[in-house]
Design a protein around this ligand. Sequence first.
Ligand code: IVH
Length: 699
Amino acid sequence: MSYLLGSVGGVTSSQNPTARADELREAIEHHNRRYHELDDPEISDADYDALVRELRAIEEQHPELATPDSPTQAVGSAPSALFAPVEHRVPMMSLDNAFSFDELLAWGKRMERYISGEVAYACELKIDGVAMSLLYEGGELVRAGTRGDGRVGEDVTANVRTVGVIPHRLQGDHVPAAVEVRGEVYMPTASFRELNRRQEADGGRLFANPRNAGAGSLRQKDASITAGRNLAFWAYQLGALEGAPRFERHSESLAAVASWGLPINPEATVVASLDEVHAFCERWLQHRHDLDYEIDGVVVKVDSIAQQRELGSTSKAPRWAIAYKFPPEERQTKLRSIMVSIGRTGKATPFAMLEPVFVGGSTVGVATLHNEDMVARKDVRPGDTVIVRKAGDVIPEVVGPVLALRPEGLEPWQFPDTCSVCQGPLVRLEGESDTFCTNLDCPSQRAGRIEHFASRGAMDIEGFGEQRAHLFTQRGLLGDVGDIYRLTRESFDGLDGFGDVSIANLLQAVEASKSRPLPNLLIGLNIRHLGVTGSRLLARAFGHLDRIMAATAEELAAVEGVGPKIATSVHEFFASEHNRKVIDKLRDAGLNFTGPVAPDVAQTLAGMSVVVTGTLEGWSREEAEEAVKARGGKSPGSVSKKTTAVVVGESPGAAKVTKADELGVPVLDEAGFAHLLETGELPGQPDEPGEPAPDITQP
Ligand code: IVH
């Protein structure tokens, strides 16, 4: 049976609630097993939650359909036979969920009406790991059990003993005679990445996310495997407690747990109002990716134990706590097809065409698959149900297929051997991971090359962007970059959207580009492996394009900083008859072949590190980064204590801005960036030492 969520949303439930409730129960039990026992869920948490919510809604509308063994009444899944059973002294309960602030506030208000007195709330991060109960007797760790069905879990003591942050013996003067400390075993994201890197190198199974990796690592028969997985733990709740004074507040109990030597999450805090609870949730919704571990929400608990008692529990969850769940960053959807796009270098990049799905704050319909090996490694096939992930400002990614939902007879995807645009051959050289369309005349490549030639980092032809480059190429106005300089007023006859003024402006911009210095021309020619630095070095060493064209590969490679790979590529480029013809056109048009005309750029940013995030008006991200590097600075992809400034454009990466904020790194807008490039100083930076720096952050 397939448990695909075609009917999530409950369309069928109103038609036949009995049948739908049965269907949902069976599906939920199936997914419980996949998640809790097999550590290999078939559906995302968000899709699972939707099933449970739908079943709960049916049971509320039709109480006669509610059964005592319904999964809405149970916690987790029965323990597997892999490990010995362990009975919890106090059952491990689950939590009710709130999927929006409104639901969270409604819970809070309901509760405040019910109980007497002021309510203080303990706000904690909801760690996305595996719930664990640690039993200490006489201060010694004697047993560690998973949650299981809440009453009986699995004995994973040997494995848990390998988790470095979990003490085998409690410390301090007030250690209770017996105590169950509950918390979450998790895998830090850095360890997860490292583990997947190792798995990939060894040809092993890749884990979809840190939770699955953590759960899989914990539930090993061989504890030495767990030991190598760098798991960690946060404690967040007490179970049974004997031989110790009762605590009056949950927060006090956690402070005691910390004093016994167990790790308590440092972000936990107690607040006095629902407004502050709301603010805590908002804050962590924004900052979740700044952490070194995954969280999937916030847990809010009534801090007073007396009030907790007043509220009590249902069979499954306490009424005094709730989990506010963040909107999902992983969803599943259908992979409709895999297409291949051809870039300006001819690189053929496969990408996934997806049934659009709302994930991580936007609708995702396409996602790159990078290259042939990536498709093979992920083994995604058109027709598969796939997991799509979009976290923070990271580009959307196809994590992998849901194998259990793969229709029968689905064939692995084959990389095409011809280009879909020009029908020329697609070639993958031995030892390389990329595949190329080798037909230099391919319209897709041609348009890409022309667009690149005109771009800001190259010949900087104003008004000659992607759309126009592709339009003019399609209309046959341009065959290669040399044709740009053969455009006349008449070339645009019959082209919609081109008035006298825009044509004049465009021709003027084309004319102006003729004087760009040699490095720009070299960059614009789109020679494989030759980037900004190499172009500058060659221009400086040879001074004229003709001398570069006449040089042997060895002579080119002799330039300090130009390796044999670049040298060979440059030499081959100019050996091509086709390319020489293009150069002749440029020569005839009177382009500047010399340089660098402009003096070397002043090294204003030497020793500085400037991170660029978001879209700037006047620069592409690459250009902005290049501008930093050209001035002697570094432009890494992430913010750290060493970052001099973060340049923020439209739609910046929230995590970067937040990190800058936290570390006190200055945030610059585009004007501030221009100032920094020119002067090497932060805008408004005081001349006199000691003067307070003005606020230069973006509004
Ligand atoms: S308290 C009776 N606090 O979320 C209260 N749970 O969906 C028991 N979780 O089973 C849980 N972080 O595995 C609590 N700070 C936190 C948590 C947390 C993660 C997990 C835990 C629990 C599940 C409920």
